[in-house]
Ligand binder design. Structure first.
Ligand code: UDP
Length: 458
């Protein structure tokens, strides 16, 4: 073993599902580049670390595996919830063990973790160092999670009780009057509250107020002020550091264009701001009937469209749809989404209100039609339509032929759509400038002495 050194050493703990690890890995890389004299150790599962290995290595950033908790010989049924369950079953022991090993060689001087990994608080405390948590979504979603206990006291958790109160406002939380009970993420008052992830998020809500600082993937001037103000009363330090997606790809293949979407946008005879881009992120599978209704709407409306649709969902498309729309429509299993949204031809984004998609749409000034599904989607959606005025919900909340056609007409043809495009165009400029807030992170790190090193120098 190496001799213990006095060098500052940051342990970064990542949550290994969906876009979480890429976000934490980006943070680790960014900090490693800024502070070449500080050591960084990144902890995640073997499988996820493998998917991050395409990045060029950095001399002061090392990657360590933690156990994924899967039983020997486990055969995946493709259900991510099962994998989460096994993984959480292995926490916090898997991280503790891995961190202990590196700490013995090079003393850890700060713990940075995904906010989901609430036990990092205790680990940091035992080592006598600061805990900085990273919340990869928006401020409003963070606020409702932090207020889980209050919401449970006010609304209850018995399903009859909750169902009767779905339309009540969350006005009892500062800044949350535009949200209704039904907009909450699953796991707060409805959904399977005993699912291990939801139990973890509840624990997280109790631990986060004790973190030295929380980094939030949002933009100060765009996210909702009253909510940020409230967060600042509850948390020790709350630093908006978004939009991360402008700085780093959210997926390993975010920028690749294997299906030639950009040449298609370039070559087709599309008017500026006329193409509908459709994409529901990397996780959800909209019901087949809704996909069919959406296809019918795209066909009948005559709009040009680009649709990111996984191959296993293609069978939901009406017979002959692809032939009949050939030339003005392109359906592919993967798009370089940010580059697509940045193309002048794209005029509207039909999406699920996944936080990265929302930030990308803002960053490229494309108004949205949304159909939220779960987690923070409904909270994000309300901010977009009620506060920012840059998106509309598909009528009735589910994808129907008429609802989608109305939305397309509103956004692409009518004055309201033009105004939304103007409003989101103004936010786009703010988003571009916000990228500079990363310096703020350095500044606070220095001033609060999380590390014995002056990050402002790098
Ligand atoms: N994405 C992409 N091409 C696709 C589908 C998705 O680049 O065809 C990217 C998209 O740009 C975004 C991320 O995948 O950064 C999806 O994240 P989001 O938070 O919107 O949704 P989630 O996948 O977490 O539901």
């Amino acid at each position: 073993a190496m001799a213990p050194s006095n060098k500052a050493h940051v342990a970064v703990l990542a949550f290994p599902f969906s876009s979480h690890p890429s976000a934490l890995f980006f943070l680790a890389r960014k900090l490693s580049e800024w502070a070449p004299d500080v050591g960084f150790s990144f902890f995640c599962t073997l499988k996820t670390n493998g998917s991050l290995s395409s990045w060029p290595s950095l001399p002061n950033l090392r990657i360590y595996d933690v156990a994924d908790g899967l039983p020997e010989g486990h055969v995946s049924k493709g259900r991510v919830d099962d994998e989460i369950e096994f993984f959480l079953g292995a926490t916090p022991g898997n991280y503790r063990e891995a961190v202990k090993r590196v700490d013995e060689i090079e003393k850890v001087s700060c713990v940075v973790s995904d906010a989901f990994l609430w036990f990092a608080r205790e680990m940091a405390e035992e080592m006598g160092v600061a805990w900085v948590a990273f919340w990869i979504a928006g401020a409003c979603a963070l606020s409702v999670h932090l207020n889980t206990d209050l919401i449970r006291r006010k609304i209850g958790t018995r399903s009859e009780e909750v169902s009767a109160r779905m339309d009540e406002s969350l006005a009892f939380i500062p800044g949350c009057s535009q949200f209704r009970v039904r907009d909450l993420p699953e796991g707060i008052v409805f959904g399977p509250l005993d699912f291990s992830l939801f139990k973890s998020l509840h624990r997280m809500s109790q631990e986060l107020p004790r973190a030295t600082a929380i980094l939030v993937n949002t933009i100060e001037e765009i996210d909702y002020d009253p909510v940020l103000d409230h967060l600042r009363t509850v948390l020790n330090k709350c630093l908006p550091v978004g939009p991360l997606t402008l700085l780093a790809p959210t997926q390993p293949d975010s920028d690749s264009d294997p299906h030639s979407c950009l040449p298609w946008l370039e070559a087709g005879a599309h008017d500026p701001a006329s193409v509908a881009y459709v994409g529901f992120g990397t996780v959800i599978m909209p019901p087949p009937s809704e996909l069919a209704a959406l296809a019918e709407a795209l066909e009948e409306s005559g709009v040009h469209f680009l649709w990111s649709l996984k191959d296993n969902m293609r069978e939901s498309l009406p017979a002959g749809f692809l032939d009949r729309t050939r030339g003005r429509g392109l359906v592919v299993p993967w798009t370089p989404q940010s580059r697509v949204l940045g193309h002048v031809a794209v005029g509207v984004f039909i999406n699920h209100c996944g936080w990265n998609s929302v930030l990308e749409s803002i960053a490229f000034g494309v108004p949205m039609i949304y159909r939220p599904f779960f987690a923070d989607h409904r909270i994000n959606a309300r901010i977009l339509s009620q506060v920012l005025g840059i998106a509309v919900e598909v009528k009735g909340g589910v994808l129907t032929k008429d609802g989608v056609m109305d939305g397309l007409d509103l956004l692409l043809k009518r004055k309201e759509g033009k105004m939304m495009r103007e409003r989101i165009g103004a936010l786009k400029l703010i988003a571009k400038n916000a990228v500079g807030v990363w310096y703020l992170v350095c500044k606070v790190w220095r001033e609060d002495g999380f590390l014995d090193t002056d990050l402002s120098q790098v």
